[in-house]
Ligand binder design. Structure first.
Ligand SMILES: [Zn+2]
Length: 456
């Protein structure tokens, strides 16, 4: 028998409908795989025991949309709209200043920040200026020990050539090299995705090419689409649907402003959707689509997107999502001169979007997203004895509406502890901080400090 670990006496939210939830139960892990979940699991000697009394045990969060490297310029855009953001990073030249070492440390820092917050899986929507940048981004994720879909993206260097709807430039086939070099096995933490520009940031011809390339590689194919002032008029979802391109391996990001018919097309074809509620409301993408998709039985997922403008944890995004949707519906009731009798979205649904539905969107639903026997042991322990969570009267409500990163006691990825007792393990924080500051200093020395930023 291999390595065994028992997470004992926690309140276990499995997010697996067949198993349900337990006020007190154990999770047995063998060789990084969940072997058993239930009360009073008997283990002999040779089994490490993790005391989870007073903890809420959940599957790791899945962040389906994040530009991880941006951790080095975090909060620089506290007051940026989407056009301001695009002008700085894409068209103004900030993204063109990035060296391979900058995106390495950005990815390491950003991935560790995610792990610290209980995000065990993310999709890194990368922007790649050269093959060396791609190598260094992968190295950053590997070193962090996170589970990730590395979605190979388009350059920010000379972004004006790539990021417009007449651009016929195609996705670089360096992703084929990457697939061979780093992602040849399915049995590893990192898998390959493609981060394509899609029909609203490149030509139709390029879009079709890029989607077909992703399919040849068996990679999740993600694009920003259907938002902002153009999303309603473009009808990109309808166009892709008509061309037979929509499917479960397409990941559509934002999609705030499309028609009802198009939401139905998304739900019917099983294409996945990433809602990044905080930046969408802040930067002008549009109102989060949550209820417009669930109306057709679609299952949205959650992403952090850009830490230039938000924090890097899932707790805040769950709250933004749930309250934005409740506010949207409540307002329609108030406008009829009535008071709401019930709320349109439950905390449990939002926790599903943040875990199991996110895993399915990244084509990892058979590996992670719930605490089900046979799945990888990506497990998070939330300290429910903390002052802001105790006494617990609804564990799901506690996680979705009250918990924060400071309550994340322990994080395991494939059974390996990356955070214990509230501290990330085996990291040299001094080195990471120093490299991140040097990178930030270099980027701003080349580009200038963006208006409103105040780097210390
Ligand atoms: Zn994005």
């Amino acid at each position: 028998m291999g390595q065994r670990m028992l997470i004992q006496n926690g309140c276990v939210l499995t997010m697996d409908p067949a198993l349900g939830n337990f006020a007190s139960a154990d999770v047995l892990i063998e060789d990084g795989i969940i072997a058993q979940v239930g009360p009073n699991i008997e283990v002999g000697a040779e089994c490490e025991v993790v005391d989870a009394k007073g903890m809420i045990v959940i599957p790791g969060f899945v962040d389906t949309h994040r530009h991880v490297w941006e951790a080095v310029i975090r909060n620089a855009g506290a007051d940026w709209t989407l056009p301001t953001y695009l002008n700085h990073l894409y068209f103004g030249g900030l993204g063109g200043t990035l060296r391979p070492q900058d995106v390495y440390i950005g990815n390491l820092l950003g991935a560790l920040e995610a792990l610290d917050a209980g995000i065990t899986t993310l999709l890194d929507w990368s922007m790649i200026n050269s093959p060396e940048h791609a190598d260094e981004m992968v190295r950053g994720l590997q070193e962090a020990g996170i589970r990730a879909v590395f979605a190979y993206g388009t350059p920010l260097l000379n972004a004006g050539d790539f990021w417009h709807r007449e651009s016929t430039l195609k996705q670089s086939d360096d992703c084929v090299r990457l697939k061979k070099q780093y992602f040849s096995s399915d049995d590893q933490l990192l898998t390959l995705g493609l981060a394509i520009r899609g029909p609203e940031f490149s030509s139709w011809e390029a879009t079709v090419h890029d989607i077909e390339l992703a399919r040849e590689l068996g990679a999740v194919c993600s694009m920003h689409v259907g938002f902002g002032s153009w999303g309603a008029a473009d009808r990109s979802i309808q166009r892709m649907n008509n061309a037979g391109l929509l499917g479960p391996d397409l990941n559509l990001v934002h999609v705030n402003s499309i028609s009802d018919e198009e939401y139905k097309m998304i739900a019917d074809t099983g294409a996945s959707v990433s809602v990044t509620p905080e930046v969408e409301m802040m930067m002008g993408h549009g109102y989060p689509l949550t209820g417009k998709l669930t109306k057709y039985a679609g299952r949205p997922t959650l992403g952090i997107d850009v830490v230039t403008s938000t924090g890097g944890d899932m707790f805040a995004q769950m709250k933004f999502m749930i309250q934005a949707e409740r506010s949207r519906i409540n307002q329609t009731v108030l406008q009829r001169g009535e008071m709401p009798e019930r709320l349109p979205l439950t905390a449990r649904e939002v926790l599903e979007f943040a875990t199991i539905d996110g895993a399915k969107a990244l084509q990892l639903g058979n590996k992670v997203g719930s605490l089900s026997p046979g799945k990888q042991a990506d497990v998070v322990l939330i300290r429910a004895t903390d002052i802001n969570l105790s006494p617990v009267n609804d564990p799901i409500g506690a996680v979705v509406l009250s918990a924060h990163t400071g309550n994340v006691d322990s994080v395991f990825v494939a059974g390996k502890a990356v955070k214990r007792n509230g501290r990330l393990l085996d990291i040299d924080l001094e080195r990471i901080r120093s490299l991140a500051s040097s990178s930030r200093d270099y980027i701003f020395s080349q580009y200038g400090v963006p208006d409103g930023a105040w780097p210390l």
